[in-house]
Design a protein around this ligand. Structure first.
Ligand code: DLL
Length: 464
């Protein structure tokens, strides 16, 4: 553990620390004035001293709209001159969400990312290949600063230029890979094409993947392809970036939330009422110690559940389950609500299907038909199981079809269509497209859903 005193703190001590930090935060918000102070005053809160953790649900919330309304610096709780960096995300509709950091915030963020790296087994000197994009996106620089804080050796590969990344991985032999799960697949394919697989001595031991939803099925595929343990890391620009929560390599069954700094609640997305542990709802965070942009009860839109208890790794920090999607990712197809991740789970449960896919909403004839475009797995996208869970069907010679007895395309599509209808109650057309048709992520987050309203299909190889 990077900060064992905090990460393995007894529950009562943690609650006392959170209470004390919450009170200080409320005093700071009131003193800063602006939107959050106004809402606190409306709720009748005049000072932090009167607030306890039990009162949290009565306090006002914040959301992305507040950041947009006050763009770019309206929610600052420090003088503008104390901001040493800004980051953000391009966000929905092209509107950037910008967030600010003081020197103290950057130091905190580095420690949170150092915790995540240490939880994956990294330590001083461990070589970390960081393929999260560097720039306004928080992934690249967040992990970079965390690696330095830990004393590890970071390779700032950033996203894209995959051939160069293959070369760097071959030459520098990193143990840890950090990137989005969709880019891990892209990299795995490129490494395999260059003859670098777990069998030929790929050096990777753990991967820290996040920034987009990914299922356990996707995780299993990545583990087989790259011969590493695939761990999840979660975060969002508004709260700090990556490092809000991350999985440990010991248990790898949920993400430890750094709740000494980020107080977490799970709310009913419709009513905003708090939900009990174990129930899935909207993750809501209060940043207890951030200076430039402290946020009270920030509603993320991300769906997950939390559970408490001491982990075999020794951490007492509660765990959140994998984020299955965002409120606004939900597709409504002929009255059925479905998250892309639910479809992913069904598609990837079929060993003959490659791990990349794209969902097309066909709106050409005034309707809303859903088409799942998948590729058949070939030797290029397969590798023998050597670490983690084994995936049936993996391990073929390059260039051969894998996935058990070769079945015709039509039969495979029909099987998947049947399974999707059984599991989700949804009629989905499954189109098997030629290898290489599904667009690969070169940088950043995968776009899993595309609309088709007129003209050429959005996925080459997809017939009308
Ligand atoms: O994606 C921060 C990050 C960078 C996290 C690198 C992990 C690794 P934003 O660009 O602001 O920040 O996007 C935040 O991405 O609200 C979620 O919807 C989604 N997201 C982030 N991590 C995960 C994850 C970064 N592990 C938004 N699983 C969040 C599912 C994730 N979704």
């Amino acid at each position: 553990m990077f900060e064992p005193d905090a990460e393995a703190m007894p529950a009562e001590q943690l609650a006392a620390l959170q209470t004390q930090r919450l009170r200080v935060l409320i005093d700071r918000l009131l003193a800063a004035g602006g939107v959050q102070a106004g809402r606190l005053a409306e709720a009748g809160v005049t000072g932090g001293g009167e607030v306890s953790l039990e009162d949290l649900a009565k306090l006002p919330t914040t959301n992305k709209q507040d950041l947009w309304d006050t763009y770019p610096f309206g929610l600052l709780a420090v003088p503008r001159e104390q901001v040493v960096a800004v980051h953000g995300s391009s966000g929905t509709g092209g509107r950037p969400t910008l967030v600010s950091y003081t020197k103290g915030d950057l130091a905190l963020w580095s420690r949170m990312c150092a915790r995540a790296l240490a939880a994956a087994g990294a330590g001083p000197g461990t070589i970390i290949h960081n393929a999260y994009g560097y720039g306004l996106f928080t992934g690249g620089l967040g992990i970079h600063q965390g690696a330095i804080e830990l004393g590890a050796t970071v390779v700032p590969a950033s996203g894209g230029m995959t051939a160069r990344q293959v070369r760097l991985i071959a030459d520098l032999r990193p143990e840890i890979l950090t990137c989005t799960p969709s880019y891990a697949i892209r990299l795995g394919e490129a490494l395999a094409a260059a003859g670098l697989t777990p069998e030929t001595g790929l050096s990777l031991k753990a991967g820290i993947f996040g920034a987009e939803p990914w299922t356990p099925e996707m995780s299993g595929r990545i583990e087989v392809m790259l011969g590493l343990r695939a761990l999840d890391i979660y975060g969002l620009s508004e709260v700090i970036g990556p490092g809000v929560a991350s999985e440990c390599i010991v248990a790898a069954d949920g993400l430890h939330v750094n709740e000494d700094h980020f107080l977490v609640e799970v709310l009913d997305p419709a009513t905003a009422e708090p939900l009990p542990d174990g129930s899935r709802g909207e993750l809501t965070f209060t940043t207890l110690t951030k200076e430039a942009l402290p946020l009270l009860r920030y509603r993320t839109g991300d769906i997950s559940a939390v559970s408490r208890g001491t982990c075999p790794c020794g951490r007492t920090l509660l765990k959140m389950s994998k984020v299955t999607g965002r409120n606004d990712d939900m597709l409504v197809i002929r009255g059925v609500n479905v998250y892309p991740s639910e479809i992913e789970r069904v598609l990837l449960s079929e060993p003959a299907v490659a791990p990349d896919y794209v969902l097309v909403i066909d709106e050409r004839n005034g309707g809303r038909e859903l088409i799942a475009c998948c590729e058949r797995l070939t030797g290029r996208t397969a590798a023998s199981p050597s670490a983690g869970r084994s995936v049936p069907g993996a391990g073929a010679d390059p260039g051969t079809e894998v996935g058990g007895p070769v079945c015709p395309q039509d039969e495979l599509s029909q099987r998947l269509e049947h399974r999707l209808r059984e599991t989700l109650g949804l009629r989905v057309r499954v189109a098997m497209v030629p290898p290489g048709s599904v667009p690969r992520t070169e940088v950043g987050k995968a776009v899993r859903v595309r609309r088709w309203s007129a003209g050429e299909p959005p996925v080459p190889g997809l017939a009308g």
